[in-house]
Design a protein around this ligand. Structure first.
Ligand SMILES: NC(=O)c1ccc[n+]([C@@H]2O[C@H](COP(=O)([O-])OP(=O)(O)OC[C@H]3O[C@@H](n4cnc5c(N)ncnc54)[C@H](O)[C@@H]3O)[C@@H](O)[C@H]2O)c1
Length: 334
């Protein structure tokens, strides 16, 4: 499923975080479907630094952009000097994906600087240069509140990451009130999975983690007893939401999920359909704060963005399984 919005030909489009999972998928979608658009990626890529968890401080990787023909700016959104490159680019559209995407990071100072302060700076640039802004928010804003999750209701994040994304939404709303005519749309992605997430390592989706475990060991490990519910959304649908957000009837914040929650056990069944049976071992969940049930209410997203998810869990996994097998066989990313 794809959607061609009103003429992107000749438009200058910036994707911050375009070296990461979702940003690179967006870059390739635009390159393929809007060849007359002028696409630039801005990313700090990997810096060789790590958080105490052992995860890199940024997941961007040039390998995600193999075959991308647009311009690539190596820059850090936390650097005023690097942000000047965005000012100079005079972009018509900014898809802002850059962020600390690792939900386990507890360092508030770096999370707030990267996810919140730098976002404010980008909004100011967009206001000065008259750019539309579509940015990545998150289902992390809802914490453990009761499903279905609705924008404006029960936003009680349980970690620093979720709080940073909620602050982004608050800042964007305030900015819209103060700057009439601006087009700013926040997209609360639920659990995204699909091609080009491998380099996120331990923070990649359960679909990839379980798929690789099953292929390598004929066995997967799940938190007891695999009945945690998530709204899993295929990356192609997330790309579609970003494109449709350009023509949103009303700026604001919208959920991006399928509207249906599925369990980790459902992933196991869907993977078994693709690669054959394997064993499941259940173990105690070590996390004190863990979202046990997320489910997007997407009524407003449908009405205001004309968004319609194209993939439920099983077709998403079918579409993705060849990449998972290729990673396992070390044919890619080796
Ligand atoms: N993947 C999901 O399930 C999911 C769910 C909800 C929200 N999100 C949000 O969607 C966006 C994209 O997520 P993703 O899964 O592609 O993660 P990702 O980590 O693969 O992509 C983020 C990109 O931002 C870059 N980046 C980080 N800090 C930067 C900095 N200071 N300056 C410049 N670039 C920087 C990274 O190098 C990386 O390429 C993020 O904002 C994330 O919080 C993702």
């Amino acid at each position: 499923m794809r959607y061609i919005p009103n003429d992107l030909a000749g438009k200058k489009i910036l994707i911050t975080g375009g070296g990461g999972f979702i940003g690179s998928n967006l870059a390739f979608y635009l390159q393929k479907n809007h060849p007359a658009a002028n696409i630039t990626v801005f990313d700090c890529f990997r810096t060789g630094e790590f958080f105490p968890s052992g995860n890199p401080t940024s997941f961007g990787d040039q390998r995600n952009l193999d075959g991308f023909n647009g311009e690539i700016i190596h820059g850090n959104i936390n650097s005023k000097e690097d942000l000047q490159k965005i000012v100079a680019g005079k972009f018509d559209i900014i898809f802002h994906q850059a962020a600390i995407s690792d939900t386990t990071v507890e360092d508030e100072a770096i999370m707030l600087q990267t996810n919140v302060k730098a976002f404010s700076d980008i909004l100011v640039i967009a206001q000065q240069t008259n750019a539309k802004v579509i940015y990545a928010s998150s289902a992390g804003t809802y914490g453990n509140s009761a499903p279905p999750n609705r924008v404006g209701a029960q936003e009680t994040p349980t970690n620093v990451y979720g709080s940073s994304k909620l602050l982004m939404d608050i800042i964007a709303s305030k900015f819209l009130l103060e700057n009439e005519g601006m087009h700013i749309v926040g997209l609360r992605y639920f659990n995204v999975f699909g091609p080009r997430e491998f380099l996120k390592g331990k923070t990649a989706s359960m679909i990839l983690q379980l798929g690789l475990q099953a292929l390598s060991n004929k066995k997967v490990r799940l938190f007891k007893f695999g009945e945690q519910h998530r709204d899993f959304i295929y990356v192609e649908d997330v790309v579609q939401a970003n494109i449709k957000a350009l023509d949103a009837v009303k700026p604001g914040v919208y959920n991006v999920g399928t509207g249906i929650s599925r369990t980790f056990n459902d992933i196991v069944k869907a993977l078994a359909q693709e690669i054959g049976e394997f064993e499941v071992e259940y173990f105690d969940n070590p996390y004190a704060f863990y979202q046990n049930h997320t489910q997007a209410d997407i009524q407003e997203t449908k009405e205001m963005l004309n968004f319609e998810p194209g993939f439920s869990l099983e077709p998403g996994i079918s579409s993705y399984i060849n990449e998972i097998k290729a990673i396992h066989e070390q044919k890619i990313y080796s």
